[in-house]
Design a protein around this ligand. Sequence first.
Ligand SMILES: NC(=O)c1ccc[n+]([C@@H]2O[C@H](COP(=O)([O-])OP(=O)(O)OC[C@H]3O[C@@H](n4cnc5c(N)ncnc54)[C@H](O)[C@@H]3O)[C@@H](O)[C@H]2O)c1
Length: 312
Amino acid sequence: VGNIKVNKRVAVVGCGTIGAGWIARLLLYGYDVSAFDRDPETAAVCEHTITRARAAIRELGSVLPDEGTFQFANSLTQCIADASVVLECLPENLDIKKALYRELESILESDALLFSSTSGFKPCVLGEGLAFADRLLVCHPFNPVYLLPLVEVVPHASCSTEVQVLCKEMLTSIGMRPLMLRHEIDGHVADRLLEAMWREALWLINDDLATTSEIDDAIKYGFGLRMAHMGLFETYRLGGGEGGFRQFLAQFGPALQWPWSHLTHVPELDDALVDKIVKQSDEQTAGLSQQQLVARRDASLIAILKGLASSS
Ligand SMILES: NC(=O)c1ccc[n+]([C@@H]2O[C@H](COP(=O)([O-])OP(=O)(O)OC[C@H]3O[C@@H](n4cnc5c(N)ncnc54)[C@H](O)[C@@H]3O)[C@@H](O)[C@H]2O)c1
């Protein structure tokens, strides 16, 4: 791979929740985007998401370049023509993703990069047998992509430093905070953390100790508020007072021995537990449509992002 340059043209393949979110962010940060989905109805999803993202970004007060152009292509070939980055946002299904990669092998520009949004597949799995694996990087975003800056980047082992730097620069240029992973690991970093909390939450429901609504309250009115600004380690550092982290560990370290956690095993997600979670979640959000919940989420995220910007 030599002389790869990222131009301002990106192709997005798969226009569901994540693809549409990428498209909106890219456009608003001045990239020309061409999109393709086998379901033409998703063109409307994209337009809707772009409108929502435009309002959200305006509300955030970010200074942005002129918006890029958007085109919904009729075919994969038309979509990826001249694009220096192809962003794959297909369902989390290895066969579907690999089928696309095989198609790309004969039509991808020789210097184009392929970013996969996959939540779970490692680059070694996605890139197995692929001729252009040295241009494949997992770029795992968070929903809604147009508002949340984090993207976990996992380059295929054969990617050069040049390719990794280009990827990082491109993601930074669209207002993201790339977390470059040092190794391919299951769950990357953020999902490893979330998995731990998710598992405990399932136990609390399974054992009838808390409902979905009580668990959400425990997060959003408590540690979630401070975590949004300070993460885990800065937050706990304050818990140690003037003695800093050493004091915190001396104080709370021994608690790790207490039998609080079920983390070593997982509750069985059987029908009874699934029904219980669904029933509680339905009660929790009764009367609110998906669109109303999304609007409420975006308004909260904007307020938090504004706070984050003013305190950092
Ligand atoms: N949803 C999330 O919260 C989230 C977060 C981070 C990463 N991801 C990852 O992003 C990827 C996409 O997830 P999503 O939630 O947007 O999925 P989705 O099901 O909402 O969207 C997938 C889209 O791909 C289209 N599609 C399927 N096969 C196709 C093909 N062969 N060619 C063209 N289009 C095709 C579908 O019509 C659909 O519109 C997954 O790998 C997922 O793991 C999802």
